[in-house]
Design a protein around this ligand. Sequence first.
Ligand SMILES: Cc1cc2nc3c(=O)[nH]c(=O)nc-3n(C[C@H](O)[C@H](O)[C@H](O)COP(=O)(O)OP(=O)(O)OC[C@H]3O[C@@H](n4cnc5c(N)ncnc54)[C@H](O)[C@@H]3O)c2cc1C
Length: 498
Amino acid sequence: MKKVLIIGGGISGLTAGIFAQKNGFESVILEKHHTLGGECTGWDRQGYHVDGCIHWLIGTKEGTPINELWKTVGALGEDVKIHHHESFLTYEHEDGQQVHLYRDLERLKASWLEISPEDKEAIEEFCNTIEKLHSFEIPVGKPMDMMNPIEKIKLMLSMKDAGAVLQKYGKIGLTDFAKNFKHPALRGILETFLPDGYSASMVFFALAGFTKGQASVPAGGSKALAMRMKERYLSLGGKIEPNCEVLELEIEEDKVKKALCANGKSFTADYFIAAIDANFFFEKLLKSKYPDPQFQKRFQNSDVYPVPSELRISIGYEGVPSDVPRTLRFPVVSPFLVNGKTMDRLQLTNYDYEPDFAPEGKTLFSVTINQFNDDYEAWDNLSKEKEVYRKEKERIGREVVKAIANRFPEMDGKLKVLDVATPKTFERYCNSYRGGIIAFAPTLESKAMDHSGKVKGLKNIQLSGQWLQGTGGLPPALITGKASVMRLCKKGKISFKQ
Ligand SMILES: Cc1cc2nc3c(=O)[nH]c(=O)nc-3n(C[C@H](O)[C@H](O)[C@H](O)COP(=O)(O)OP(=O)(O)OC[C@H]3O[C@@H](n4cnc5c(N)ncnc54)[C@H](O)[C@@H]3O)c2cc1C
């Protein structure tokens, strides 16, 4: 039996492990942390459960290929309830006007027309484009590098609607796109939908997935999903080595022989799958000796390929709100600074649909603030002095509580900061490059990544995980984890079992 060593027990590593076991390999997952799931996780604070990841999971629509794949790895299943929130986002303009991105596209259209009848043409075009993209399904079958020319043509044809939207909106920024609308609140929701400099096409892909029921939230959240996958892996006979960070690879000629770990253990195998951060893999584990042009281009050009991270401020509310939508973006009455930037609007997530995330009669909220290149530098500097870093997190926590209490006066005195996670947090826990929470951002000049994970010059190791496809996220972690085992099966002339 051939042995596969999987470095990293995030969603990609777990997926690779599950398919390795299903296909007759002996596998071991080496994980740096004491728990599995990587960035798809959650943690407990003062009686609350902070959900650290899933805002939306692509793949929740029954009967779709990606839904089947999530079920195969145990992440979803008949017994896993799905929360289909009615609105993707509620945007509150400075004058109090609320704009909703409803799941029901007809309701979205009607509500926008009610706000601004003079924007009829732009609203119809907006909704028609979203509807057109309902045909798009993220491909989960064979990876491109294993397809024959006919399979590649079929894939291209299946993506023609997505291609048309990318062609039309791919090079238009959100601020420019928003100018198609006359009403300031409609312009506001679109301008702030994603950070400045992102392509407008992303709005359509996000809302197409949401309005067709493909982007919802599994009950129990991120950690529960990862734990279901871990159980599936163990039930198939997989082995896990927690607290086992790989720091070095022993390489002879064109093959990896051994993984050497921080805890003194070492492991040999026939094949290696590095389901970890791409920068850590190329720069640290492979010591920059196997440079990859696609990644080099991106790592060396951070303006075109910024890596999104975030500040995540978790708040406990001693009450159950009656009028807070699931996701609310609201103006801040007394704006404050984060890394020299003015925070005049915050995004709040209300987890009241998950009573187990808070003690009885209380509710978990989180506020997320986008962070990019220079923010990472600022946090990196701050973190060099523990006390200064801690105080800055505390200050931001206080400002966030103040902003929520200003918006919802009935909550004043009943809000407490549970936790502030910064880009350094994600870096520390997951070795993620610049605290990245997803892969490279879709800016106007960037090209979408599509990488096989193969390493030129090394025959028995491949990279897997979110960095290989598009803007990353959970679906690429899943899909590339499976693809890495499909390649091993091809190598060993084994017919791949799904
Ligand atoms: C705050 C936040 C919100 C997010 N929201 C969403 C969302 O709503 N929807 C969505 O689709 N995605 C979301 N994402 C992104 C999603 O979590 C990631 O895309 C996905 O979890 C990445 O999985 P992965 O397996 O590729 O990598 P990772 O999760 O990074 O897993 C890598 C694993 O390898 C381990 N590791 C690293 N180096 C080593 C080493 N040297 N030796 C051993 N182990 C090592 C790490 O500890 C980690 O467990 C979010 C992420 C964050 C952080």
